[in-house]
Design a protein around this ligand. Structure first.
Ligand code: MLC
Ligand code: AMP
Length: 507
């Protein structure tokens, strides 16, 4: 059986202890050996705070090496790591804490006064700051190292990642140690990732892409992460001089293309550029190749399934395609209505089965059952087809979802927040093309009879309720929503009508 991620980390620290795990501009590097020492002390601190196998550890902190080490420490104790987007405001956090019932909540030091009062016999509240500060680090400093990780098998849960749903209520996808480990091994193999790699890590670490793809690949091989707190074009180009791999969302690449500094010399040391989390526009793919000589390697994944398919490392990396199933992963295309398998070339629902597919939604057995077929395939909600040479193409989505700069926004959640505002009769939220984020969130709002609403005031009212990236970039007002004869709001019509909201000509 494949080892778990904490076991892989232990092995790498024994073999490659002196290697740098985290390199940060202007800050001292952190070796694998030093990181290991801290993980063992953090693990003891977690146990002293009451974390037992199966307990949830919810974490909303700024990106830092210590936050990654907290993830490893949590997995060592058998706890379920539950990372939360730093953009989530209080009301969203309240929901996650209520739903997941964590044993420990770790927040930023600045947020501790807001959450400390929540501490109880069943919930500990600690802090962790980006400067390796906070109460959890104080506890770790005083703790003795935990000698060995709690034994975990492939089927034991390792993490919960919340993903919004079409019903508007976020669901916690429960991922197992086997999901994380098997996917990491498959990706290392597929992208030839080794300890010699130097990965530019500029993604957030509260999602699959930044944590379970980027960090796990480095942790399992002993590669160095050039660990940047956020995406900045000039900084990325500077770091490329001494790096081998960049993993990013399509917005990374469209922004890099805007820089006159992006040329073959700037990427001379780089081995591979990987894109995922949202469709890579064909013109970005082509322009990047023309400017740098590197063909971006596009792959496809999902919170519930980790990575599913990838273009080949050797062989043609096709524009507009996400490649072939990863080792041990099965993909099929089915009829959306009947669920019957479709022949190659036909477009239908993308279904996935394999060691990468999650266990189910946290405490939602009906929802879980509804999204799995009897033979174990998970229905992704994406639509696709296999092309003439077997490359998977993603054609669209069966789910009402907007992907903005790699972040998923479920319209229902934004509509619920808008509809709750005074004077709003109803609303429809949809995605429109956006030059930087790929898609942007837009809303059409119908005021209650006799009420006059102001778009800016509506946006302001939303600001404390939902994360900034979920808030519409434009709020339009109308007397009614377009509906079909069944009374269903015609989102496709809205997307068509407002397709040019962010086009250059529209200003
Ligand atoms: C920031 N803003 C966004 C946004 N990111 N709005 C919509 N969509 C986004 N993605 C807001 C900011 O709050 C700000 O608002 C304004 O837009 C401009 O911000 P910015 O400074 O330009 O943004 P920046 O900080 O540079 O971030 C852009 C980004 C970031 C693309 C680098 O969004 C990012 O890192 N995205 C990656 C998301 C990710 O990791 N997804 C993986 C999910 S896992 P204002 O008004 O306050 O100025 C997954 C599975 C898989 O999907 O397959 O991988
Ligand atoms: P998330 O739920 O945040 O994990 O987002 C997963 C969704 O992102 C998938 O269901 C797809 O719709 C989308 N996605 C991920 N990678 C790609 C890609 N390379 N091309 C198109 N869509 C993608």
């Amino acid at each position: 059986m494949t080892c778990t991620i904490p076991e892989m980390f232990d092995a790498i620290c024994r073999e490659e202890g002196a290697k740098v795990m985290f390199e940060r501009p202007g800050q001292p590097p952190i070796t694998y050996a030093a990181a290991h020492g801290l993980v063992l002390r953090l693990a003891t601190a977690l146990v002293e705070l009451g974390v037992r196998p199966g307990d949830r550890v919810a974490v909303q902190v700024e990106k830092s090496p210590e936050a990654v080490l907290l993830y490893l420490a949590c997995l060592r104790t058998g706890g379920l790591f539950l990372p939360l987007n730093t953009a989530y405001p209080g009301p969203e956090i309240d929901y996650f804490l209520g739903d997941a019932e964590p044993r420990l909540f770790v927040c930023a030091p600045e947020a501790l006064p807001q959450y400390a009062g929540r501490a109880s016999e069943t919930l500990a509240v600690e802090s962790l700051g980006a400067a390796a500060d906070g109460t959890l680090m104080q506890r770790a400093a005083e703790a003795v190292p935990q000698p060995a990780p709690v034994t975990r098998g492939a089927a034991d849960p390792a993490a919960i990642l919340y993903t919004s749903g079409t019903t508007g209520r976020s669901k916690g996808a429960v991922l197992t140690h086997g999901n994380l480990a098997s996917n990491t091994v498959a990706l290392n193999q597929a992208w030839r990732f080794t300890s010699a790699d130097r990965l530019i890590h500029a993604l957030p670490i509260f999602h699959t892409h930044g944590l379970f793809v980027a960090c796990n690949m480095a942790i399992s091989t002993g590669a160095t992460m050039i660990f940047l707190t956020r995406f900045d074009v000039d900084q990325i180009i500077d770091e490329m001089a001494d790096a081998t791999v960049l993993m990013g969302v399509p917005t990374f690449y469209s922004r890099l293309l805007e820089s006159p500094r992006l040329d073959p010399l700037a990427v001379a040391e780089m081995r591979v550029f990987v894109s995922g989390s949202a469709p890579l526009p064909e013109d970005v793919h082509r322009q990047f190749a023309a400017r740098t000589g590197h063909v971006i390697l596009e792959r496809y994944g999902m919170t519930e399934t980790c990575m599913i398919a990838s273009n080949p490392y050797d062989g043609e990396r096709r524009t507009g395609a996400v490649g072939f199933a990863l080792p041990e992963v099965d993909i099929r295309i089915t009829d959306r209505e009947t669920g019957a398998a479709l022949p190659p070339g036909e477009t239908g629902a993308i279904e996935v089965r394999g060691p990468n597919v999650f266990q189910g939604y946290w405490r939602m057995p009906e929802k879980t059952a509804a999204e799995f077929r009897d033979d174990g395939y998970f229905v992704t909600g994406d639509l696709g087809r296999f092309d003439d040479e077997g490359y998977l193409q993603i054609i669209g989505r069966d789910k009402d979802l907007v992907i903005s700069g790699g972040y998923n926004v479920y319209p229902k959640e934004v509509e619920t927040a808008l509809d709750a505002l005074p004077g709003v009769a109803e609303s429809a939220v949809f995605g429109v093309p956006h030059p930087d984020f790929g898609e942007a969130v837009a809303a059409l709002v119908v005021p209650e009879a006799g009420v006059s609403l102001d778009s800016d005031a509506l946006l302001k009212a939303l600001s404390g309720e939902i994360a900034r990236y979920k808030q519409p970039k434009s709020v339009l007002l109308a007397d009614e929503l377009p509906r079909n004869v069944m009374g269903k709001v015609q989102k496709a019509e809205l997307r068509r009508r407002f397709a040019n909201l962010h086009s250059p000509a529209a200003g």
